[in-house]
Design a protein. Sequence first.
Length: 198
Amino acid sequence: MHCHYCGRNGVYRCSVCGRPLCAEHSRLRTSCHACKTKTETGHVFYRWKSKTERTMIQRLTKRFWGETEQLTFDRLFDVAELPAYIAEADGEIVGFASFVEADNGLIIVAIGVMPNYQGSGVGKSLIGKVEAEAKKTGKRTLLVSTSNDDLPALAFYQSIGFQIYEVKPNAIAEKHGRVLKGIGELPVRDEIRLRKAL
């Protein structure tokens, strides 16, 4: 799926018309609860098992972020090499959440949901699976980070119980060796860290 305006990868979906959008052509908007569209579909969630699923995670990671490596919490990860939960609908992988162990918790390294399935509860369910994994292994904290421009992600994480606790100025700009343009053309510089007590 490609951005309706420029042809780059469509990472988001317009909440009004449903057109796919890249980060640069997406805009934040305020809407009331009654106007929020929600698509309910049957989803299946499971831990990835096969080489095919790993390859699909690589493709999704490249689609969403343009690379398979993610810098989070001062560590660089190859997302497809990490344990992950996968969301499937109609026989296709529509989302994933990869994670890694930290001292007292789990770090969600990457989470991605295909634009057509955003707003349908897939992301929340994927986080729920990782949270259950953390509790099962005796972890006390769930950690995640995002870039300063990704206001939809910040809103999403806070809506499900995460709190901002640290900002790493220029962490993302230093990784890329320059300041990129992000959502709404905001400069992408900083890593915003969030945590949820379990």
